[in-house]
Write a protein that binds this ligand. Structure first.
Ligand SMILES: Nc1ncnc2c1ncn2[C@@H]1O[C@H](COP(=O)(O)OP(=O)(O)OP(=O)(O)O)[C@@H](O)[C@H]1O
Ligand SMILES: O=P(O)(O)OC[C@H]1O[C@H](OP(=O)(O)OP(=O)(O)O)[C@H](O)[C@@H]1O
Length: 218
């Protein structure tokens, strides 16, 4: 049995078409079912539903053999015990720094001000500001980062940005792009040795679907 870890929402929704291109369907809808283990129409494959930030942990410790996780989540996790064979190019966005529209970020940085930065992505933020030589106090949050500067709790946030509409709705502006984000296929290193044939076959399914998609977009 191969266990594939996915998170509900955009990763599940964007992974389904990749599986479908090889005729693989998940036989339950996570939006209507409360089940956490979902059967597939292919014998020997099942999907487990976990929080997006728990996908690397499930795969690392063998709760799943393979999974789909955002690069953001993977960097924060550290990647220990994981083989990362493929960028699936789904759930694409970017990691950036945003501040309230009236805040002069550039001059604060120039003057060497100490900034308070709220984020869920502390490893990425710490590394980014350290490389820039900007002194920051990081405030760890688990969601709704945009609220932190609006309430005066932070000067800036580090968060995911796609269309920019969440920032606009909260009068925030993007002042730095840190990195492009997309979802990666991750595999338990031990499982890849023990269940080599079926796992390699599934990786190939994803590789072909991703290549076909890139070719169609070109
Ligand atoms: N607006 C977005 N556009 C495109 N991709 C995104 C966007 N927001 C997040 N992502 C990507 O999708 C992944 C899953 O996001 P999702 O919103 O489903 O989970 P989450 O709420 O961030 O995680 P958790 O449930 O663990 O707190 C993220 O890790 C990121 O890689
Ligand atoms: O630039 P935009 O297109 O507005 O996308 C950015 C938003 O998307 C993500 O939140 P998401 O929609 O996943 O909500 P949640 O993580 O708070 O559930 C992210 O945390 C931003 O708030």
């Amino acid at each position: 049995m191969i266990t594939l870890a996915l998170s509900k929402g955009r990763i599940f929704d964007e992974t389904l078409p990749l599986l479908a291109s090889a005729g693989i369907a998940v036989l339950d809808d996570p939006e209507t079912s409360r089940k956490l283990i979902l059967p597939c129409n292919r014998e020997g494959l099942r999907v487990v539903l976990v929080r997006a930030s728990d996908v690397p942990t499930y795969v690392q410790f063998g709760g799943a053999d393979i999974g789909v996780a955002g690069k953001d989540v993977l960097i924060e996790h550290g990647g220990e015990g994981l083989y990362q064979p493929l960028d699936l190019r789904i759930a694409r966005c970017r990691m950036g720094v945003a501040v309230p529209a009236g805040f002069d970020y550039a001059s604060a940085v120039r003057q060497g001000a100490r900034l308070r930065v709220a984020t869920k992505y502390t490893a990425i933020a710490r590394e980014f500001f350290a490389r820039k030589g900007v002194h920051v106090d990081l405030v760890k949050l688990y969601g709704s980062m945009e609220l932190a500067p609006l309430t005066g709790m932070a000067d800036a946030i580090v968060d995911l940005i796609s269309t920019g509409s969440t920032l606009r709705a909260n009068q925030l502006v993007e002042v730095e792009q840190i990195m492009d984000i997309s979802s990666q296929l991750i595999v338990n290193q031990a499982a890849l040795r023990l269940k080599q044939a079926p796992l390699r076959q599934l990786i190939e399914v994803f590789a072909q679907a991703t290549a076909a998609r890139s070719a169609a977009a070109a």
